[in-house]
Design a protein around this ligand. Structure first.
Ligand SMILES: Cc1cc2nc3c(=O)[nH]c(=O)nc-3n(C[C@H](O)[C@H](O)[C@H](O)COP(=O)(O)OP(=O)(O)OC[C@H]3O[C@@H](n4cnc5c(N)ncnc54)[C@H](O)[C@@H]3O)c2cc1C
Length: 404
């Protein structure tokens, strides 16, 4: 599997996977056949994460090939990404809390030699648990792991190695091509038993043996009786989504960020006169697969945007945006709403500076997010049951009778 950071490569992977996105996916998706064989899953996450390709078009493509019943499982998996995004969007404090805890634990690593040695052994893939050590190597070398491997990895990290989940989430975040604050942080919490209190995910040797087709068989090496993690109950306020913004008619600049690199499908009304793109926000080490994917994706988006809108695209640091916009003789810059995370924080600061200068940052929300994020108030089920209606409203299933 080669992850090439262009929209064209994402679309090619989607096309190649389409025949297997129906019942075959539902039956075989849990198998981790190893890095040489990713035929049973889409491996689309690095492209979806940055919206080099979008959820809507992936769902529409799958429904153009399979019946809604056959495609149900795959579409639900795509919706997990949306669920985690929506969940965090409604509770931004969760990420603040994670960042603070993770920062404190990193400082602790400098003080606590015992914790530091155990962490270093795990991060170097020197635990002696063959499957875990192989996944560390895969993560470092390729920047990607199968979903089941991510679940086993996180579970072994927390329950067998006894390491803090926040350090594991941070380790993933530094290496994954698809590193995403919502899917990553909340999946680690889910494995730990903190997302659904009292329900954790325990990696079992028999399950790993069966689902890796015998590549790994860590019998006797795993803690298979651990209890879920606990944390002091802390009320997390649910912040309702602010109403989606509308773009005023008139000339504007576009701002591309790594949160959405397909401006060709933004619902724009004004004439685009200039385009800026924010530098990469990845925390991955320079030259690592994740850093390279990130930089390549930005280049690809800048090239496409230039071709599509017929104006050049410049890389502009967030703090320089107000001056850049002013230099273009414009007072409105339009972007796609950045969900909770580093880029959203950058945009808040940009917006404040623009406002002082009498200019505006408009954040458009995609209809997929607008319809589904508000459903992430409780468990996934509530959002899942809305999917057929959303697919209908957005017209994503060419063969379906209209529900509404
Ligand atoms: C501990 C842990 C950490 C994770 N961290 C991330 C992360 O940082 N970024 C990320 O994109 N995904 C993360 N995931 C979710 C999931 O593992 C990946 O999205 C999935 O492995 C991608 O493989 P795929 O593209 O072949 O998925 P497929 O099985 O082909 O599914 C299609 C698409 O659906 C979405 N999807 C599928 N399963 C999930 C899921 N459980 N949660 C969210 N979206 C899903 C992805 O966009 C995926 O590309 C994490 C899961 C765990 C257990």
């Amino acid at each position: 599997m080669e992850w090439i950071p262009t929209r064209a490569a994402g679309l090619a992977r989607l096309a190649a996977f389409l025949p297997d996105a129906g019942r075959a996916y539902a039956e075989r998706r849990n198998l981790d056949l190893g890095p040489q064989d990713r035929s049973n899953v889409s491996a689309l996450s690095p492209w979806l994460r940055r919206r080099l390709i979008t959820e809507e078009e992936v769902v529409a493509a799958v429904l153009s090939r399979h019946s809604a019943a056959a495609a149900e499982k795959f579409i639900q998996e795509v919706a997990w990404r949306t669920y985690w995004k929506g969940w965090l969007e409604l509770r931004p404090d969760q990420l603040e809390r994670f960042n603070a805890e993770q920062g404190a634990l990193k400082a602790e690593l400098d003080r606590d030699g015992h914790l530091s040695r155990r962490y270093q052994r795990a991060a170097a893939g020197e635990t002696g648990i063959a499957c875990f050590d192989a996944w560390v190597a895969e993560l470092r070398d390729l920047g990607w792991l199968h979903n089941h491997a991510r679940m086993w990895f996180a579970s072994i990290w927390i329950f067998t190695l006894g390491l803090p989940w926040q350090l594991g989430a941070d380790f993933f975040y530094q290496h994954l091509l698809d590193a995403d604050p919502a899917s990553n942080t909340l999946s680690w919490r889910w494995v730990a038993g903190l997302h659904t209190p009292g329900k954790h995910y325990l990696a079992r040797a028999e399950n790993i043996d069966r689902n890796t087709a015998g590549r790994f068989a860590p019998y006797g090496q795993l803690n298979e009786t651990a209890t879920p993690l606990d944390e002091a109950p802390r009320a997390l306020p649910v912040t309702p989504l602010s109403p989606a913004e509308r773009q005023p008619v008139g000339p504007c600049a576009l701002l591309l960020t790594e949160e959405d690199l397909h401006p060709e499908s933004w619902a724009l009304v004004g004439e685009v006169r200039a385009i800026a793109i924010l530098p990469s926000a990845t925390v991955a080490a320079p030259g690592s697969p994740a850093a390279r994917f990130s930089e390549g994706a930005l280049d690809d988006a800048a090239t496409r945007a230039t071709m599509h809108f017929g104006v050049p695209c410049s890389m502009v640091a967030a703090e320089d945006l107000p001056a850049w916009l002013n230099g273009q003789g414009l007072s409105v810059v339009v972007t796609s709403q950045a969900p909770v995370g580093m880029i959203a924080a950058q945009l808040r600061a940009v917006e404040a500076r623009l406002t002082v200068k009498g200019a505006r940052l408009i954040q458009l929300r995609r209809p997929w997010d607008e319809l589904l994020w508000p459903r992430a108030t409780a468990g996934f089920f509530k959002l899942k049951t809305r999917l057929p209606e959303v697919i209908d409203v957005l017209g994503l299933d060419p063969g379906a009778p209209r529900l509404l």
